[in-house]
Design a binder for this molecule. Structure first.
Ligand SMILES: [Zn+2]
Length: 212
């Protein structure tokens, strides 16, 4: 297994422990020997990503108690060889990782070809956290209205990766949730712009004049 990819963010002790865990086999990722390596890696990626989820861009201040975990872009259950490859790691929220993405690989263009082309952006249908520039595909806009954040994801025109990411991670749901939260509504139906709050309506019109 390659180890040169992790040297830049780990101490020699961490790397030795990783090598030992690999040699022990079994459930390598959950081997206690990896705790130092994982802590260092997580902190590195949290900094790199400015405390944001690599897929939905929500940050630890957006969501009460939101946890960012190490994310394997190609799931480690299916692509064990990339378990420690820097390009294949980032940090994501539990919603994107454990609720939506899980072990799915439908976002990969060719499940086999990606074994040798894992470092090519073109192999991924969604915005790859390390191979693509997120904001070239989706603009993430936040407004604060009376202490509540309203979020809007604007897919950059003609970006198929932006459109795919928006659908794959159901980002519209996050927009709707943010609006309902701002309005003090627990759940919403299609009529998500509730009457009576002119400020929010105005902002939504500016962001999305055609309506959703
Ligand atoms: Zn997320």
């Amino acid at each position: 297994m390659r180890t040169n990819s992790i040297k830049s963010v780990s101490s020699q002790v961490d790397i030795d422990n990783v090598l030992k865990a690999i040699s022990e086999g079994g459930d390598i990722w959950n081997n206690k020997l990896l705790s130092g390596f994982k802590a260092g890696f997580k902190s590195y990626y949290r900094n790199l990503n400015k405390e944001q989820c690599c897929y939905c861009k929500r940050d630890t201040q957006d969501e009460f108690n939101m946890v960012l975990d190490i994310e394997h872009i190609l799931p480690k259950s299916k692509y064990r060889q990339f378990m420690f490859t820097k390009i294949n790691l980032s940090v994501s929220c539990k919603r994107c990782n454990m609720v939506i993405k899980r072990e799915d690989i439908s976002f990969v263009k060719h499940a086999k070809k990606v074994n040798t082309r894992y470092h090519k952006s073109s192999q991924y249908k969604f915005i790859h956290p390390n191979l693509d520039k997120y904001f070239e595909h989706i603009q993430y806009i936040c407004f604060i209205v009376n202490d509540e954040k309203i979020k809007k994801y604007v897919v950059v025109e003609s970006s198929s990766k932006g459109a795919y990411t928006y659908d794959y991670f159901d980002l519209m749901k996050l927009e709707i949730d943010s609006i309902s939260k701002a309005q003090g509504v627990q759940s919403v139906n299609n009529n998500f712009v509730m009457p009576g709050d002119e400020n929010i309506k105005k902002i939504l019109n500016i962001l999305n004049p055609q309506g959703i």
